[in-house]
Design a protein around this ligand. Sequence first.
Ligand SMILES: C[S@@+](CC[C@H](N)C(=O)[O-])C[C@H]1O[C@@H](n2cnc3c(N)ncnc32)[C@H](O)[C@@H]1O
Length: 233
Amino acid sequence: MPSSDWIAFWDTKHPIYVNKRHEAAHFRRIAQDIARYAPEGGHGVMLDYGCGEALAADLVAEDLARLILSEPAPNVRATLAGRFAGNSRIVVRKPEDVATMPAHSLDVIVMHSVLQYLSASDLDALLTLFYRLLKPGGLFVLGDVIPRKVSALGDALALLRFGRQEGFAGAALCGLVRTRFSSYWRLRKSVGLARYDDAEITAKLEAAGFTVERARSNIGHNNKRMTFLARTR
Ligand SMILES: C[S@@+](CC[C@H](N)C(=O)[O-])C[C@H]1O[C@@H](n2cnc3c(N)ncnc32)[C@H](O)[C@@H]1O
């Protein structure tokens, strides 16, 4: 499964965020949920891997010494660099730069809604890398894991619920129709999304050396998907 197709998709003007209100609500919610994983005391270093537009990353950075945003899509990365140029706690890095960061230099790594785009070998390589980058007792937060049984309909209903809560229900409905006829749908059907049940992803994380528990709730709006908290020893 070539993740480069998905990276190219996320680097274009895509229909996933149905309007500005949805995009803002999405990134605010993600930032609020991720911020809960910042170590106490405000001195932590966190990596958000595959962060996307990360519109509200400054919220997350408030409780950290440093927030490293890493994103492979070049246009998204350039926008991030411009957006957070004035925030001394936030740096933007390519995935290749993350691969050469010093061992045991991070307290927390978050990878939210990225797993579905990774091949099994990409995932294995990343788990090895993340284990090396985290300090002993460090935390890897793996969010938005899609179980095998959750369908596109489940995702659509979750978006409609979120739209009702955040005041973009009508736009969510139109957006779902647009998405159905977009390259997202074609990619979802042709390239596919990687899915893991609870036991499968737990076994993967444990094989990489982590101790694992499932979080009580997922990061973000879709409670059919799962978040896992994996700690280094
Ligand atoms: C659904 S978006 C999630 C963005 C953000 N984490 C969020 O939750 O809003 C998926 C992101 O994963 C990134 N991505 C896709 N394949 C990747 C890969 N192989 N390595 C790192 N990031 C990847 C995309 O560029 C995109 O920004």
